[in-house]
Design a protein around this ligand. Structure first.
Ligand code: ADP
Ligand code: MG
Length: 255
């Protein structure tokens, strides 16, 4: 089982779009895949049309007094299996702070999970204790970056966090790569960002994926109607780009 965390502490960068696209495409390729929505905003849960109220969520797995297993929190949807988020996840820092083992709850939960090839985790735009929990337990971090003026901001801070976790809690943690998204080759800025990305990746001991995800209105439309990209319009350039990206990712993971 491979656990891949989609992370970037910037909001609106494309984490949710990437996590839901990758998880649903892997699922469609018959890999047993679980998407975990670790962002209290619950956008991935929305896209998968998962229930939050009256259902077990990631809160019950990580933070409730009587914690349950991931297995018990899984919802089976048309797009694939998901553990939904919960607005109560916002209390994580407060609840986990007093627990010396608070960083290891996600790892404990994952250790019990059986039968999945991939676990894909969508995260919140912040460096919080849920993200630390995820990084402690993960194999890989996938970092989406956008080709705009601010798309590369904050990467060194994220890198420092990942390196700290690598030193102390998870030696095997790896940044699997930077994925350039919302790319528009007609703009000079996009081409410039692409040019400087290789160097940034090198400084983070990782690489830029060959596949770039082009900008298109379909991504926004799909999110608005609560559908994954492949469900909304499998022929759209963005959906096709994500398909190619998943092929690239699979090649990498099989090595
Ligand atoms: N390839 C793309 N082209 C155009 N818009 C995109 C693309 N990918 C994502 N978006 C849009 O950008 C916004 C932010 O994406 P989202 O995945 O929700 O980011 P995050 O999870 O990092 O906050 C959404 O409105 C989404 O539809
Ligand atoms: Mg999001």
């Amino acid at each position: 089982m491979k656990t891949i965390i989609v992370a970037n502490q910037k909001g609106g960068i494309g984490k949710t779009t990437t996590a839901t696209a990758v998880a649903s495409i892997l699922n469609a390729k018959r890999y047993k895949t679980l998407l975990i929505d670790a962002d209290q905003q619950g956008n991935s849960s929305d896209t998968y049309r998962a229930a939050i109220e009256g259902s077990a969520t990631l809160f019950d797995v990580l933070l409730d007094e009587e914690r349950i297993s991931l297995e018990e929190a899984i919802q089976h949807t048309e797009s694939g299996d998901i553990v939904a988020s919960d607005p109560l996840l916002r209390k994580a820092d407060e609840i986990l702070n007093g627990d010396p083992e608070g960083l290891y709850r996600f790892q404990d939960a994952l250790d019990q999970l059986k039968g999945y090839d991939f676990v894909i985790v969508d995260t919140a735009p912040s460096l919080n204790s849920i993200l630390y929990n995820c990084l402690v337990a993960a194999d890989d971090v996938l970092i989406p970056v956008t080709a705009d003026r601010y798309g590369l901001q904050g990467l060194s801070q994220l890198n420092d966090t990942i390196n700290a976790i690598k030193r102390r809690q998870n030696r095997n943690l790896k940044i699997i790569g930077l994925l350039l998204i919302k790319y528009n080759k007609r703009t000079l800025l996009s081409r410039e960002v692409k040019g400087s990305l290789e160097e940034i990746a090198k400084s983070m001991n990782t690489k830029v994926f060959e596949t770039t995800i082009r900008e298109s209105t379909k991504a926004r439309e799909a999110q608005a109607v609560r559908e994954t990209l492949i469900h909304y319009d499998a022929k759209s350039t963005t959906a096709q780009d994500y398909s190619r990206f998943v092929d690239e990712l699979l090649k990498e993971e099989e090595l």
